[in-house]
Structures are given as structure tokens and as C-alpha cells.
Design a protein around this ligand. Structure first.
Ligand SMILES: N[C@@H](CCC(=O)N[C@@H](CS)C(=O)NCC(=O)O)C(=O)O
Length: 231
């Protein structure tokens, strides 16, 4: 059976949503990143990048969330335009990579500098907050004239969007006021949240007890770069 290495963070949750949408049987394998399980020699054999998500299905291993979405959707021929030469496929790849290389990394760094980095952090926070906002505004404007990220059809790009969109208030530090600036984003988020597959994906995290405390040990595991500053 397909093994899905995960925790409850945005990148694994996108994949959980697709697995549930496809109705694929899978075994969810928790990787407790606050305990440092992503750095174990055993896990690094599965994902040399030491991060979740990863899937292993027979002799196929795919790591990196957007790569996994594309692999599973292509294989199932669902939630993705399948004609490799079509305009629809080009559009899908553009938006999927925009989320993979822009929305995800800038939102992730915005979270880090806003909520975890020590002072002084004004320069870095300003840069990542600016870029996170710039990327989310592109999505917001796009959704003013598109029901879903690819127009009329729900796709893996919406699942990639969903993983991060529900965290925008935390990413941008703007709380409930966020949605007055991002009404179209909220509309799509609500549309996706109403899908039964979302409830099933979200139920996953209740099946395993992940470490909740961000103590010194968890910080060492999550932010190993800081050890260099102590030397
Ligand atoms: N580009 C990767 C990023 C994966 C990633 O950053 N995963 C986080 C959880 S969302 C993680 O494993 N963090 C643990 C760590 O960085 O040590 C993807 O999209 O899958």
C-alpha cells in the first residue's frame, strides 16, 4: 500500500487532500519534525531533502509536495489537464510552479521571520512579508475572474493553494482582517473547505500525536542553522 510520510504542516496537507480526493488507500506514516525524525539516516534514504511530504508506492518514491501532486494526478488522470501540448496543461504547470517556488517559500519564510527569528529581524521580515503579500495579491487578482485557480475546474493547483491559503492570517500577521484584503482568496478557500475530502484530510492529524512544544530541542531540530551562530 502507498506510504505517505507526513505531518500536519501545509506541504504534507496538500498531498493528504489529493489522496482523499482520489480515494486512494494509503498508510499515513507520521514524521515528527520537532523531535528531529526528518534527520534520521533511515528517513534521509527516503527523502534526501529531510522534509515531509514523501510518498513511497512499491518501487516508486516521490518527494516534494507539488511533485507528488503532479505524479498522483497524472497517474490517475484526474484533477489535471492531461494533454501535454495543450494550453490548459501549460497554464496548470505555470500556476503549480508559481505556488511551489513563490507562494510556499515566501510564505514559509514570512512565518519564520515573523514568528520565530530573533531580533534584529526588520530587514528580513520586511523582505519576506513584502514578497508573500506580492504573491498572494497575484492570486487574489487572478481569482477575481476565475472560480478556481485554473478557471472552471477544481484541480491540484487548488489543493496546492489550499495548503497555504488557510494560513494567510498567520503568514502575514494580519488576523481576521486578512480576508477584507483577500476576499476572492477567501471565497475559493471556503469553496474547497466545504469539500468532504478536506474533513478527511484534516482528521489525519488527530490519528497521531505530534510534539506540540517548541522547546530548545525542537528549535534545534527545526532550525539547525542556528547552531552555527553559537560557535
Ligand atoms: N519543497 C518542499 C518543502 C517541504 C517542507 O518544507 N516541509 C516542512 C513541513 S511543511 C518540513 O518538513 N519541515 C521540517 C524541517 O524543515 O526540518 C515541499 O514542497 O514538499
Amino acid at each position: 500500500m502507498l506510504k505517505f510520510y507526513y505531518n500536519a504542516a501545509p506541504n504534507p496537507m496538500k498531498v493528504a487532500l489529493l489522496l482523499e480526493e482520489l480515494g486512494l488507500p494509503y498508510e499515513a506514516v507520521p514524521v515528527d519534525t520537532r523531535k528531529g525524525e526528518q534527520h534520521s539516516a533511515e528517513f534521509l534514504k527516503i527523502n534526501p531533502n529531510g522534509k515531509v511530504p514523501v510518498i513511497v508506492d512499491g518501487d516508486v518514491r516521490v518527494f516534494d509536495s507539488n511533485g507528488i501532486l503532479l505524479y498522483l494526478a497524472d497517474r490517475a488522470k484526474r484533477f489535471v489537464p492531461t494533454d501535454a501540448a495543450s494550453a490548459a496543461r501549460g497554464n496548470m504547470i505555470s500556476w503549480l510552479m508559481f505556488i511551489a517556488t513563490g507562494i510556499g517559500p515566501f510564505s514559509g519564510q514570512s512565518v519564520h521571520f515573523r514568528h520565530a527569528a530573533p531580533e534584529p529581524k526588520e530587514y528580513a521580515l520586511n523582505r519576506y512579508d513584502f514578497e508573500a503579500q506580492r504573491h498572494w495579491k497575484i492570486v487574489e487578482n487572478h481569482l477575481a475572474t476565475n472560480t478556481y485557480m485554473l478557471g472552471d475546474e477544481y484541480s491540484i493547483v487548488d489543493m496546492a493553494f489550499w495548503g497555504w491559503a488557510r494560513l494567510i492570517p498567520y503568514v502575514l500577521g494580519t488576523g481576521d482582517a486578512t480576508w477584507t484584503t483577500y476576499p476572492n482568496t477567501k471565497r475559493l478557500l471556503d469553496l474547497i473547505n466545504a469539500r468532504p475530502a478536506v474533513a478527511r484530510a484534516d482528521a489525519l492529524k488527530t490519528k497521531h500525536a505530534f510534539k506540540a512544544e517548541m522547546d530548545d530541542d525542537a528549535k534545534r531540530n527545526m532550525f539547525p542553522q542556528n547552531e552555527r551562530l553559537k560557535k
